[in-house]
Design a protein around this ligand. Structure first.
Ligand code: 13P
Ligand code: SF4
Length: 314
């Protein structure tokens, strides 16, 4: 057993060495979302939320971006850095929420509300972004709604009904919503949080706004993944129950070795985020695959929508 594990350790060290060598040769940068596997966090040049990753993609000097996340994130990187080669190690790493609305369905909704402005969560395809006025992430949604729209604007907010309802309650404003949701965040049940709170009495409960209202109602804080990491670093509290995809706990533990973290539910794991492995990152750099491309007209329209968001500096 010990021999087996030292063998696999050697195997992974070799892969990491090869990744690092190829990264230099290709002038590549590795961007990873907070929900990636621990070993992907550990080889990445930058680990962050959708907003932070968009910012990094737009300002990197690298020629190649290896995007460890899901497809819409890699597509966003390509739209913001069209002159770079953007690679995704597993082209089947999609986001089911992003696939819950198509451009055609959005055009139909817009036709029913011809005066409405359209706000899209970054968890959308490039085709959907191309149909929208402005984009947002969970980290800046409230600010974008407050600053990018007039108080009497009718707003269509797609595709996440729960992010929309969280922001709607925060600012007391109604949206025309789409009934999309994240299949990972809806796995967290009220009972999971109630049970964990009974065990860890001093822990603060922090959840993502993709959770349904029954869950946000039980939380002390509702934050984007980067917002969670920032809040925990600055907090004097030493124990946290985390209501989001469990991959983020690796970063939280690494950044706060003196604090304790408990997942609200062990079932909150996003299979698509877990498709990226060290081997696939290596193959991606070796074979320069899978290259993310976006048709020109879609790219330009989607960039306008994303750029309006980026103009609101974090
Ligand atoms: P963040 O922008 O908070 O990282 O969220 C992205 C996401 O896909 C959450 O499920
Ligand atoms: Fe999409 Fe949910 Fe996975 Fe985030 S956690 S990528 S919203 S399915």
């Amino acid at each position: 057993m010990a021999l087996e594990s030292s063998r696999s350790e050697r195997f992974y060290m070799e892969i990491i060495e090869k990744i690092n060598r190829l990264k230099k040769e290709r002038n590549a940068v590795i961007l990873a979302h907070n929900y990636q596997l621990p070993e992907i966090h550990d080889i990445a040049d930058y680990v962050g939320d959708s907003l932070g990753l968009s910012v990094q993609a737009s300002k990197t000097n690298a020629d190649v971006i290896v995007f460890c996340g899901v497809y819409f994130m890699a597509e966003t990187a390509k739209i913001l850095s069209p002159e770079k080669t953007v690679l995704i190690p597993d082209k089947n790493a999609g986001c089911p929420m992003a696939d819950m609305i198509t451009a055609e369905e959005l055009r139909e909704l817009k036709a029913q509300h011809p005066k409405a402005k359209v706000l899209c969560y970054v968890n959308t395809t490039a085709e959907v972004k191309a149909e929208c006025d402005v984009c947002c992430t969970s980290g800046n949604a409230e600010r974008i709604v407050r600053e990018a729209f007039a108080s009497d604007d009718e707003i269509i907010f797609v595709p996440d009904q729960y992010l929309a309802s969280w922001i709607s309650n925060r600012i007391g404003r109604d949206f025309i919503i789409w009934r999309g949701y994240c299949p990972t965040h809806v796995r967290i049940m009220p009972d999971d949080i109630i049970k964990k709170k009974a065990i860890y009495k001093n822990a603060e409960v922090i959840v993502h706004p993709e959770c349904p209202p029954v869950i946000t109602a039980l939380a002390d804080q509702v934050l984007s993944t980067e917002g969670m990491c920032r809040y925990i670093k600055e907090s004097k509290t030493r124990e946290f129950i985390i209501g989001t995809e469990i991959g983020i706990l690796h970063r939280m533990k690494k950044e706060n070795p003196d604090k304790s973290f408990y997942p609200a539910s062990e079932r909150a794991t996003c299979p698509n985020m877990k498709r990226t492995t060290l081997e696939k990152v290596l193959w991606s750099l070796e074979e320069m695959g899978f290259e993310v491309t976006v048709p020109h007209d879609i790219m330009n329209k989607a960039r306008t929508c994303l750029q309006r968001m980026m103009d609101y500096k974090p």
